[in-house]
Design a binder for this molecule. Structure first.
Ligand SMILES: C[S@@+](CC[C@H](N)C(=O)[O-])C[C@H]1O[C@@H](n2cnc3c(N)ncnc32)[C@H](O)[C@@H]1O
Length: 407
């Protein structure tokens, strides 16, 4: 079975999340056979995947089943697939074009201009069989997940993706699109939010929980829980033992409120334990070797406004390094051997946190998150730290996964 995943804004992270989620779901997949690109990942899996699997992901926008390559006439091949879709009397459809290469090929460029006429020709041909045909068009080469959802395309017919690389075009049929309304409800609709401390986007929180790929029955802790975004996502993913701590009373109260909200709204059950603690005092609050995974976005320093002196940034940097060292020292006392830590380090401009070597002394080794073919195709600088940064942000986030092996 072959599937195409349309990736979010940070394709490296989305790809790493997908690989971790396939492994956690025990779905065999050969990373060497996959096609990696900034827009699309094509993966061959040993088991079929469904929409429920897709909806566990935070970093993928659409999932489609690859039907095959169009060796002769693309128009005829699309016609044949579309003819079998929809109901006896009607069909609503849309076409989306994606490049499976970082630099789109000539084939892609020519189809980019030809997509609208191709859609209209197909509509005309399909109508000849007497069905009522509606086509959803976009000015961009691909339909957005909102367009697919709002036009109820998956219920009333479907979206076909054209995956264009050097060889023949591949045709894929969309199975699911991201539940953007659910994410935005959790982002903006939850009872407690603290814009000042900075909230993690729920999609990134979900990617981080998935990267940890911990067992759902193992205790999962967030040591800088803020308003509880990570724990909320872990709850929706089915984690059963959730704990969180923070140095701020308000954060503890917000996390408790948000966790109660999500558990009652989704009718979920989980043991929860949220308490006040400086990260360095965690070993006094949690039993030794009791935690299966830590997923945390720590304090990343004061927001930068631009124009800060190098000296000031360096001073902040040193303070933060101290906090992170103390955090990992504490983690080493509460984690079970083999446990994972998914952690965010700030990136100031081009300056990345450089304490991986020191963390090895506490037993933490940063893991490679991507196969080398993906690192090359996505032109990434590192396989351990994966960057998440909006173009307008002064401080980026580097996402790391560590494995704890006490000596
Ligand atoms: C960037 S926020 C985390 C936001 C959280 N991920 C969310 O989405 O709501 C960092 C949090 O670290 C907490 N914090 C700062 N220093 C701490 C320390 N020494 N120990 C524990 N928590 C600390 C702050 O109170 C703040 O809530």
């Amino acid at each position: 079975m072959k599937y195409a995943f349309v990736l979010g804004r940070e394709p490296g992270l989305s790809t790493a999340e997908l690989i971790a989620a396939l492994k956690a779901a025990d779905v065999g997949f050969d990373p060497k056979n996959a096609v990696y690109s900034p827009a699309i990942l094509v993966a061959e899996t040993e088991k079929p995947l469904d929409a429920a699997f897709f909806h566990t992901l935070g970093g993928s926008i659409k999932m489609a089943e690859v039907l095959g390559a169009s060796e002769r006439s693309l128009e005829d091949d699309l016609f044949n697939v579309l003819n079998g879709m929809g109901s006896e009397t009607s069909l609503d459809f849309g076409l989306s074009l994606y490049s499976t290469e970082a630099i789109p090929s000539k084939n892609y460029k020519s189809l980019e201009y030809g997509l609208k006429p191709l859609s209209l020709t197909l509509k005309k041909r399909l109508k000849e069989n007497g069905r009522s045909i509606r086509v959803v068009l976009n000015d961009q080469p691909a339909l957005t997940s909102v367009q697919v959802d709002k036009n109820r395309l998956l219920a009333k017919g479907g979206e076909l993706m054209l995956l264009i690389g050097q060889g023949a075009a591949r045709i894929a049929r969309t199975i699911a699109v991201q539940a953007f309304e659910d994410f935005s409800e959790r982002d903006f609709g939850r009872p407690a939010a603290d814009a000042k401390s900075g909230m993690l986007p729920p999609k990134l929180a979900r990617m981080m929980v998935n990267l940890a790929s911990a067992s759902k029955d193992e205790p999962l802790h967030d040591a800088f829980c803020g308003s509880g975004t990570i724990l909320t996502e872990a709850a929706t993913l089915g984690y059963k033992k959730l704990s969180g701590s923070d140095i701020s009373e308000r954060a503890v109260a917000d996390t408790i409120k948000n966790l109660e909200w999500i558990l009652s709204q989704r009718k979920l059950r989980a043991e929860t334990n949220v308490f006040l603690s400086d990260v360095k005092h965690l070993p006094e609050k949690l039993p030794k070797a009791s935690i299966g995974a830590i997923v945390s976005e720590p304090y990343l320093g004061p927001p930068l406004r631009g124009g800060e002196s190098d000296q000031k940034i360096h001073f902040e940097y040193l303070e933060l390094m101290g906090l992170y060292r103390r955090a990992f020292d504490a983690f080493s006392k509460v984690l079970k051997p083999g446990a994972k830590v998914v952690f965010v380090f700030p990136v100031f401009g081009n300056k990345h946190v450089n304490i991986l070597r020191e963390l090895e002394d506490y037993g933490f080794r940063a893991e490679g998150l991507l196969p080398s073919a993906a690192v090359m195709a996505l032109n990434l600088k590192s396989t351990t730290g994966l960057l998440y940064k909006r173009p307008d942000q002064k401080v980026g986030r580097d996402i790391f996964r560590f494995r704890f092996n006490p000596s």
